[in-house]
Design a binder for this molecule. Structure first.
Ligand code: NAP
Length: 525
């Protein structure tokens, strides 16, 4: 696919209005052609107006038409998967094979959301039939369904440059809900973003949809992101990235004359609690598995298991030794961006300064933006004194917390902020302690894992990738899995409507077999 570097505003190819940029190959620290256009407030305004123009017709597409559109995007991603993985690898330093896997995952997500749309259950159609004879007051016919919130702005993530970027889960779930999307491309992978954007734009055209259903913008600073969050025609925002960035955008949206929802996914250390019987019986195996998962994608994953807590006792040294061995065997690898690498080095210093001891290091960095794997250990008492020790270090590092006893373990667990996930490694003799730990974890996390690791994450109907602040800014929702669509929906009640005016999901006849709750009974009839 030929990259032009243009912004994609609806069907238009838009040249730079605010200068241009080139992608950086972080492995060689050199720029890659071509230059990419940077836009500003005018481009955001054009995209938002087009998205607003597209809203009614896109929202009115039948479920079958919308599902076919999502399937077209999936096929388009499949068709360029290899080429996309190669370009993305140049821009991110991630291996081609991993990125081909991401492209496959992105296509699968669009197909999964196509199935969600066809089923129609996301509408949560609910019918309370009229009861004209009811005493003391007759009941009118009430019907409820969920509709799309309006055009949304999506900030592409840096760390999953395909499956959570332009053609990622946020875009798939927003389009599935019926929201036109304005995508703010991450500057860490502009070529990969354009390729994905072109696939979506082609699917818009091939599906006969309004051009404003999808636009891709890019900017050279905070202006473009701020303009998206401020725009009166934008009705919701999703963001994956730093807590500082996410909260700046969240606060900005709340200060609008008409505040809008901002779903941010920001930071998580995904603590792993290794309970005593499991530690004694398989400490080495757990340590090895943990260290393997923490190093995946150079530790640049929101679900990286970053902190392991274990009560010092039988199996502890074996566990530690297995972790050290994995870390020491790890070559330094290119990190996604200079900024992420710089923040990683700074955070390693923060851990050391706060009293964590470095107990293993991987191979020395060769490239300028290489991240060296690191393992730290610290005493539980120290963590209770310095809660900053349990903050995220984005990169290939992890911290073992050597805990004195159960009371200290529970106290540290209570000190954690909101998390995307928490893990318990347990054997049957640990069940009583696990039951005491569980309510503490439930209050702090979106997903609790037993005898596996937080990464990878399944993308399915029961998946939750969310949790209390600071993991996200709204713990009621998930950004991964089929329920992610709920972020983009709001309920509307139709009272006393003639059948002709009712929307598809609420008409008397239900030929598409949409799941509905009719007079308190679930049915697809
Ligand atoms: P970021 O700096 O938060 O940027 C994410 C996106 O938001 C970029 O498109 C950025 O635009 C935009 N943005 C950030 N702050 C903004 C603001 N105040 N106003 C307008 N737009 C804003 O995240 P990143 O570049 O992906 O990585 C930086 C750090 O974030 C990492 O070192 C890591 O600590 C964290 N991170 C965490 C996760 C996670 O899942 N836990 C994932 C990725 C990153 P510009 O680039 O144009 O400024």
């Amino acid at each position: 696919m030929k990259l032009t570097g243009h912004l994609l505003i609806g069907a238009e190819e838009v040249a730079a209005s605010a200068g241009s940029m080139k992608a950086l190959n972080p492995a060689t620290n050199s720029e890659i052609e071509p230059p990419f256009a940077l836009g500003g407030i005018a481009e955001v305004d054009r995209a938002a107006k087009l998205a607003d123009d597209a809203f009614d017709s896109y929202h009115d597409t039948s479920l079958a038409e919308r599902a076919a559109f999502l399937d077209r995007i999936a096929a388009g991603i499949d068709a360029i998967a290899q080429e996309l993985a190669q370009r993305t690898s140049l821009e991110t330093g991630l291996p081609v094979a991993q990125l081909e896997g991401e492209a496959a995952k992105a296509a699968t997500q669009f197909r999964q959301f196509a199935a969600v749309v066809r089923q129609g259950r996301f509408r949560q159609a609910t019918i309370d039939s009229a009861q004209p004879e009811r005493q003391p007051r007759a009941r009118m016919d009430h019907r409820m369904q969920k509709i799309a919130i309006g055009p949304v702005a999506i900030f592409g993530a840096s760390n999953f440059p395909i499956s959570y970027s332009v053609a990622g889960g946020d875009t798939a779930s927003a389009l599935a809900a019926g929201c036109p999307v304005i995508l703010k491309a991450h500057n860490a992978h502009p070529g990969a973003s354009e390729m994905q954007g072109r696939v979506i734009r082609q699917a818009v055209k091939d599906s006969g949809l309004h051009e404003g259903v999808f636009s891709l913008v890019r900017g050279g600073g905070n202006d473009i992101g701020e303009a998206l969050v401020d725009h009166p025609l934008v009705k919701g925002v999703t963001f994956t990235g730093s807590e500082v960035g996410g909260m700046a955008l969240f606060r900005r949206a709340q200060q609008r004359p008409d505040p809008i929802p901002v779903f941010t996914e920001m930071t998580s250390v995904n603590p792993t609690f290794v309970l005593p019987a499991a530690l004694a019986s398989r400490g080495g195996e757990i340590g090895d598995g943990f260290a393997e998962r923490m190093l995946v994608t150079v530790g640049q994953a929101c679900l990286k298991p970053a902190i392991l807590l274990a009560i010092h006792g039988q199996g502890y040294e074996e566990m530690k030794q297995a972790m050290r061995a994995r870390v020491q065997a790890m070559h330094a690898r290119t990190m996604l961006t200079p900024g992420i690498n710089t923040a990683y080095r700074r955070n390693l210093e923060r851990l050391s300064n706060a009293g964590a001891e470095r107990i293993a290091a991987g191979g020395d960095p060769q490239g300028v933006w290489d991240g060296q794997a690191m393992l730290f250990e610290v005493d539980g008492a120290r963590v209770l004194e310095s809660p900053s020790l349990s903050e995220e270090v984005f990169g290939p590092a992890a911290l073992i917390i050597r805990v004195k006893d159960e009371a200290q373990l529970l106290a540290i667990a209570k000190q954690f902020g909101g998390q995307l996930s928490a893990t318990m490694q347990i054997d049957p003799d640990d069940y009583a302690m696990a039951a005491r730990l569980l309510p503490i974890l439930e209050r702090r996390t979106g997903r609790i894992v037993i005898n596996a690791f937080s990464h990878p994450q399944e993308v399915s109907y029961a998946s939750i990738h969310g949790g209390p602040f600071p993991a996200t800014s709204d713990s009621r929702f998930t950004s991964v899995g089929m329920s992610a669509i709920e972020r983009f929906l709001r309920p509307v009640c139709y009272q006393g409507f003639p059948d002709k005016l009712l929307p598809e999901a609420l008409k008397h006849e239900n030929p598409a077999g949409i799941w509905r709750l009719t007079d308190e009974e679930p049915s697809t009839a």
